[in-house]
Design a protein around this ligand. Structure first.
Ligand code: UDP
Length: 481
């Protein structure tokens, strides 16, 4: 049986686009460059439209196996995705155990890879004696925080935002408590308890694969070289082609715009603004006089949190929430698309010159790899920490100043947009301001683009790390024969 000779890896991702996309890219690389076959194990709970399209679109060499449904009906309706995924994992352990041991018998299963919220599944692979890895779909700063979290949890009692000093971890930028990842902002929430629990279990993995590259965080990478379990830098893995859920032709519009003149505005697969923030953004874009391509989603009422994570489709007509006459007034300058854009193609297009982003890690890497400077507008998860890295560490983004009521005002939005986009288009802007900061950002992002591209090319560090892992996995199962 030829299949039985193929080295095999199983992965259990969190069901969210930001996790599925980089794991699938790792899978594709293992398949195409190392002849390793991969099984994606997925949860049965309602995937979003984008997730479903994505899973259906995996290459035929990546098999996908769905876990039997588990009931989460007893959870409160406001339970976070983190809590839901963590509990779904625990409740799926018997089924997972059956799947993994079947794979172990029928294939040369060399490794099992969990991700940040599915760490309980490590018990299954450990019991079966299968090398177990954690896939971390963000950067080393976030990983450092989570590896230190159990210790932080036991040595402090106050909310982290009340800590007198920023958190200073070895090799990392100091992080003020207010900027720490969102699940750490409320110690009484179940999501916090799960995060501490996962942080402890990260150390049980035989290795941690991180979707980043050394030049992004050189100091942290140096510290992590001595970490246990070993940390492998395997990024930047970014989506190789976009998912065209809504077939709006952004490319043909971009084709008609001048070089690097368009600001792409998108808040990831699930970021949603409040009504008043959406109005300010619209007015700010209009005031800036710059070209824009805006992925628009219906807002939520101002009282709800801005983190309605996992829904990529606007519930109502999002255009109804724009200021009166906005589309008409901006039709020469902007394209507004509902819900979803082919982001990879947009960022790769020569007309795109800036990205106003929620700083999700995948969006960040995609922007860097296409040499597109950013405006950092974090919403949830670890995005405030990413924004900190982008502005103060890498210096590839500008950050608008938020008003005391927590809203970015139109004048401020217009100011940063003009600052970033200053260029051939920006004669008027140059008269208003020097745009020096924007110029530095644009130069720095091109440098990182080169480093990131090199990392995954032949002989690049991340490429060699993946090759070493693949060889190690191959030798583990070969030894067993
Ligand atoms: N994405 C896209 N079109 C959209 C919104 C998002 O293709 O309109 C893709 C984007 O390219 C990225 C992923 O979805 O690969 C979003 O991941 P990220 O980590 O940036 O944010 P999250 O969705 O996890 O908040």
């Amino acid at each position: 049986d030829a299949d039985k000779d193929v080295v095999h890896v199983a992965v259990l991702p969190t069901p969210a686009m930001g996790h599925l996309i980089p794991m699938a890219e790792l899978a594709k690389r293992l398949v195409s460059l190392h002849s390793i076959s991969v099984t994606f194990i997925t949860f049965a709970e309602n995937p979003s439209i984008a997730q479903k399209a994505f899973l259906d679109d995996l290459p035929p060499t990546v098999t996908s196996l769905e876990l039997p449904p588990v009931s989460l009906a007893d959870l409160p309706p406001d339970a976070t995705k983190l809590t839901r995924t963590s509990i779904a994992t625990v409740r799926s352990l018997p089924a997972l155990s059956a799947i993994i041991s079947t794979l172990q018998k029928s294939t040369r299963l060399a490794a099992f890879i969990v991700d940040v919220f599915t760490t309980d599944a490590l018990t299954v692979s450990k019991e079966l004696g299968i090398p177990s890895f954690l896939f971390f779909p963000s950067n080393l700063l976030s990983l450092s925080v989570l590896l230190h979290l159990p210790e932080l949890d036991s040595s402090t009692t106050c909310e982290y935002r009340d800590l007198p000093e920023p958190l200073q971890l070895p090799g990392c930028l100091p992080v003020p408590g207010t900027e720490l990842l969102q699940p750490l902002q409320d110690r009484s929430n179940d999501a916090y308890k799960w995060m501490v629990h996962h942080g402890k279990q990260y150390r049980d993995a035989d290795g941690i694969l991180v979707n980043t590259f050394r030049d992004i965080e050189p100091e942290t990478a140096k510290i992590m070289d001595d970490e246990k379990p070993p940390v492998y830098l395997i990024g930047p893995l970014i989506q190789s082609c976009s998912l065209d859920v809504e077939s709006v032709n952004c490319s043909s519009w971009l084709d008609k715009q001048p070089r690097e003149s368009v600001l792409y505005v998108c808040f990831g697969s699930g970021g949603i603004l409040t009504c008043s923030q959406l109005q300010e953004l619209a007015c700010g874009l209009e005031m800036s006089g710059q070209r824009f391509l805006w992925v628009l989603r219906s807002p939520i009422s101002d009282r709800e949190s801005s983190a309605k994570y996992f829904n990529t489709t606007s519930i109502d007509d999002p255009f109804a929430f724009l200021p009166e006459g906005f589309l008409e007034r901006t039709k020469k300058m902007g394209l507004v698309v509902p819900s979803w854009a082919p982001q990879k193609e947009v960022l790769a297009h020569g007309s795109t010159g800036g990205f106003l982003s929620h700083c999700g890690w995948n969006s960040t890497l995609e922007s860097l790899l296409h040499g597109v400077p950013m405006i950092a507008w974090p919403l949830f998860a670890e995005q405030r920490m990413n924004a900190l890295m982008l502005t103060e560490g890498m210096k590839v983004a500008l950050r608008p100043v938020v008003a005391t009521d927590g809203i970015y005002k139109r004048e401020e939005i217009a100011r940063v947009v003009m600052e970033l986009m200053e260029g051939e288009q920006g004669k008027r802007v140059r008269e208003l301001m020097e745009g020096e900061q924007g110029k530095r950002v644009r130069e720095r992002v091109k440098e990182l683009q080169e480093c990131g591209t090199r990392a995954l090319m032949e002989n690049g560090e991340s490429c060699m790390v993946i090759t070493d892992l693949a060889n190690k996995w191959r030798s583990t199962v070969t030894d067993k024969l």
